[in-house]
Ligand binder design. Sequence first.
Ligand SMILES: C[S@@+](CC[C@H](N)C(=O)[O-])C[C@H]1O[C@@H](n2cnc3c(N)ncnc32)[C@H](O)[C@@H]1O
Length: 261
Amino acid sequence: MPHAMQSQAAVRAQYARKDGLQTRKSLHDKYSTNRQGFGNWIASHYRFPAGGRVLEVGCGTAGMWAERWDLLEGGVKLVLSDASEAMVQAARALAQGRENVRVERIDVQDIPYPDASFDAVVASMVLHHVPDIPRALAQVRRVLREEGTFYCATAGENGLARWLADVLAPLGARYDPFPFSLQNGESLLRPHFARVRCERYPDSLAVTDVGDLVEYVCSMTSMIDVEGLDRDALRASLEARMDADGVVRIPKEYGLFICEA
Ligand SMILES: C[S@@+](CC[C@H](N)C(=O)[O-])C[C@H]1O[C@@H](n2cnc3c(N)ncnc32)[C@H](O)[C@@H]1O
């Protein structure tokens, strides 16, 4: 998502309802060429110690946990958190009845937990939204124990957002570099963590129904003036990118920083 997303009003609007997030997720679920799935791939990197405490910041609807509660086996306790009340409510509904899971409204820039409270902190596709990234990272480091790990999934600059901005530039779409990305993430993380490594997830989209792309763009309130958008022109611009097989092929660039305190 573009840099304009940093506007807190835009971030709040985008996550005030869970439908937009689900629209964007479903495009990836339906058309990603890497069938492992980014969520499965991220989760395959998690190492939570038995009996440990885990904090997820910016958890969204927490849908990523829906079929992965077994990650908490061994008595792991999880705090799911998000700055948006709508997301907190969705996550709370999902986690209902799970004694080892709490759901709280937390801004990652001001985590209301004492120092060294957690063995792991997770932030997936969150930091690019945060106005003060160094402050957020200092907070994450502060609440991590000495042996703790920060798992931080993010996008790169050469994926769907840039592709869409290029294709839709004639309709007024704009692209600004992400404030936190696979390209600049390491330099932002290094001051806070002893070791930082980056794993890349190879993937792309092969979209066969342009209508799904239209819906996706219409949920990107920050990239384009959705109110004034000419949907026919939008559809035509996207259809023009279809190859002879009727497929729109779009690059994706995602990965995960694994940071040791
Ligand atoms: C792209 S969604 C990612 C949701 C989830 N982590 C996932 O991967 O599906 C970004 C989430 O970050 C949350 N967010 C944005 N700014 C935040 C902040 N300052 N503190 C905590 N959460 C924030 C949004 O409300 C939204 O739920």
